[in-house]
Design a binder for this molecule. Structure first.
Ligand code: SF4
Ligand code: SF4
Length: 261
């Protein structure tokens, strides 16, 4: 985590800041000499939406996905749990999804794999007090993609990598993970941290909570939403973010049903 803090600091101070119209040179293809080398010994933080896409690609429950493929790094400065992809215990520390022909979960690969070699910085979350998100290019020594002649604007790259639904869900997640509550240095109780983890990372367990408890007797949720969240993980995640705003931060995002006499 220290490494990550150092990278954040360097990005804010030293890296050229790109907009969506900025141009950079890069190409990645299966004939390149470094093919697959970026898929070993790499720190990949998983977003809630990444986990939904990956567990559905693999046809496993969110609990099984978390047990088999993730680690929970612990750092005293964290406000909430974060989840990372667990590299294999082999010589190269390979990603569990890399194979001889590349990424075996390519159509559902995580946001950070799609974005590479681009990163996004939100100075607010780095505590600099500046405003405005920007993009930057990560140049890993192992990666030869920067030597290729093809060029892209940031926008073109993101379109080609189909990041739209990832970015939209990422923005909703930021409303929770970068909430003002945390800026005031408030700490969540263990029960609230558990609820954060369940909603954000264990969506199937959250569904059990909504449909297998008194939740729908206590809260006024319309029929259309109930039908949507019953079968659609993405809709359930959006609903869950609203629930977290209510139960973690006390926002009026849920309606309590009047007491039946
Ligand atoms: S998920 Fe796919 S693209 Fe990302 S590191 Fe693993 S193999 Fe590589
Ligand atoms: S190291 Fe760079 S160019 Fe090589 S496969 Fe990975 S992303 Fe593509």
């Amino acid at each position: 985590m220290k490494e990550l803090e150092n990278l954040k600091e360097a990005v804010l101070k030293e890296f050229p800041r790109l907009t969506k119209e900025s141009v950079f040179k890069f190409n990645c293809h299966s004939n390149i000499s470094c093919f697959n080398m970026c898929c070993t010994d790499v720190n990949i933080f998983l977003t809630p939406y990444d986990i939904i896409r990956l567990k559905n690609n693999l046809g496993v429950s969110s609990q099984e996905f978390l047990d088999r493929f993730t680690i929970l790094p612990i750092d005293g400065n964290q406000n909430h749990p974060v989840v990372m992809l667990k590299m294999k215990d082999d010589e190269n520390k390979s990603c569990p999804f890399v194979g001889p022909h590349g990424c075996s979960v390519y159509k559902d690969r995580p946001w950070s794999c799609r974005m590479f070699p681009l990163g996004v910085a939100s100075p607010k979350d780095a505590g600099s007090g500046e405003n405005g998100e920007f993009y930057f290019v990560i140049e890993e020594p192992v990666c030869k993609g920067h030597l290729e002649p093809k060029s892209w604007t940031v926008d073109e790259w993101m379109d080609a990598q189909e990041v739209e639904s990832y970015s939209a869900n990422g923005e909703l997640f930021k409303e929770i993970s970068l909430h003002d509550y945390f800026k005031e240095k408030k700490q969540l109780t263990p029960a609230k941290l558990e609820m954060f983890y369940t909603v954000c990372y264990n969506i199937d367990k959250f569904r059990e909570f909504v449909f297998g408890s008194t939740f729908l007797k206590r809260f006024d949720v319309d029929e259309e939403t109930i039908n949507d969240i019953k079968k659609d993980d993405e809709e359930l995640l959006k609903f869950g973010f609203g629930w977290l705003k209510y139960c973690l931060f006390g926002e009026k995002t849920m309606r309590v049903k009047p007491q039946q006499s």
